[in-house]
Ligand binder design. Structure first.
Ligand code: ZN
Ligand code: ZN
Length: 340
């Protein structure tokens, strides 16, 4: 089969590799669509030892497709079934899994290889995070379940309630998913970003108010919008020290700050200690997803409750993937669907 492999930073190639066979508990999926993700671009530029493991490594992690082959002892699936798989699953045995924080699992089973004709879904993921999808959901819509699960996790971790005012710093794909997760909970949503096209998409995704970060008064306007005291909760959806600080500076006294964007390794961020102590703001890092949120994401997508058309810009073929990554390496482009 043809598969895009990662050979090192800046080096991916479409190569021929043996088509895997499904062993016990595994499911072989014929890829219907894979989606590009900012994490893949980060890995492309810098490498990603945790995510990709030994090189050359299979590449891409958001996928949906059709069951081609089922390993021994795998219940609940049949060949020809349309499915979506998450890119990870917890071990159920480590101290973090036992404490109910399975996103921090010591043995988190990560899976890559979405940019290929077939993907062999590991038994641990089949057990926790492989779901049938309804026929009216396209493969590229279904493949949004993984990033959506991250957004649902972030919003749930912040205990957002109906009527609360939420701000999002950043207007990329993560922001579009957070907007929809927040609106589903009845929050009012404001988005701050630089790119006018992205701010327009944020409005189309349901944001009640957008502000340009180029406007020096945006922070004051955001405070004004949130009852003159500042938002109850702020989400950082960029992954830079500067935007982490902006999110922490924005919330009202007693507000919650969700740092959803991961910064580069070695980044330190200075926080205003006065805000943390005397104004009792809560700082939360929220990482990845758990099977609970992946299941919720599949449900929301299946029910047609997500404006998916805003999230995937266009599609390319498998053989176009290496050139596409080279061309877009420094831009945080919207998602494209890779169709084998
Ligand atoms: Zn992703
Ligand atoms: Zn574990």
């Amino acid at each position: 089969m043809r598969a895009v492999m990662f050979f090192g930073p800046g080096r991916i190639e479409l190569v021929d590799v043996p088509r895997p066979a499904a062993g016990p508990g595994e499911v072989l999926v014929r890829i219907g669509a894979a989606l590009t993700c900012a994490t893949d671009f980060k890995a492309y530029r810098q490498g990603h030892p945790v995510l990709l493991g030994e090189l050359p490594a299979p590449f891409g992690h958001e996928l949906a497709g059709t069951v081609e082959e089922i390993g021994e002892g795998t219940a609940g699936f049949a060949t020809g079934m349309r499915v979506v798989a998450a890119n990870s699953a917890p071990c159920d045995r480590c101290p973090y899994c036992k404490k109910g924080q399975s996103q921090l699992c010591d043995e988190l089973k990560l899976h890559n290889g979405a940019y290929a004709e077939y993907s062999l879904v590991p038994a641990q993921i089949v057990k926790h995070n492989l779901y049938p999808i309804p026929s009216r959901l396209t493969f590229q819509e279904a493949a949004l379940a993984e990033p959506l699960a991250c957004a649902l996790h972030a919003v749930d971790a912040m205990r957002v309630e109906a009527g609360e005012r939420a701000a999002i710093v950043g207007a990329g794909t993560m922001a579009l998913l957070l907007i929809q997760a927040l609106k589903a909970r009845g929050a009012r949503v404001l988005v701050v970003g630089r790119n006018p096209g992205r701010l327009a998409r944020a409005e189309a995704a349901g944001a009640d108010r957008t502000l340009s970060a180029e406007d020096g008064t945006w922070a004051a306007q955001a405070r004004e919008w949130a009852g003159g005291i500042g938002p109850d909760v702020a989400f950082e959806a960029v992954g830079k020290a500067e935007t982490w600080q902006q999110a922490a500076g924005l919330v009202r006294k007693g507000g919650r700050v969700c740092l959803a964007g991961g910064c580069a390794t070695g980044t330190s961020v200075a926080l205003d200690a006065h805000r943390v102590h005397y104004e009792q703001i809560e700082i939360h890092g929220v990482f990845h997803h758990t099977p609970k949120y992946f299941g919720q994401a599949v449900d929301l997508l299946s029910l047609g409750r997500v404006r998916t058309s805003l999230l995937v810009a266009s599609s390319i073929q498998l053989d176009e993937v290496p050139a596409y990554f080279e061309r877009m390496r420094d831009e945080s482009s919207p998602k494209v669907a890779v169709i084998p």
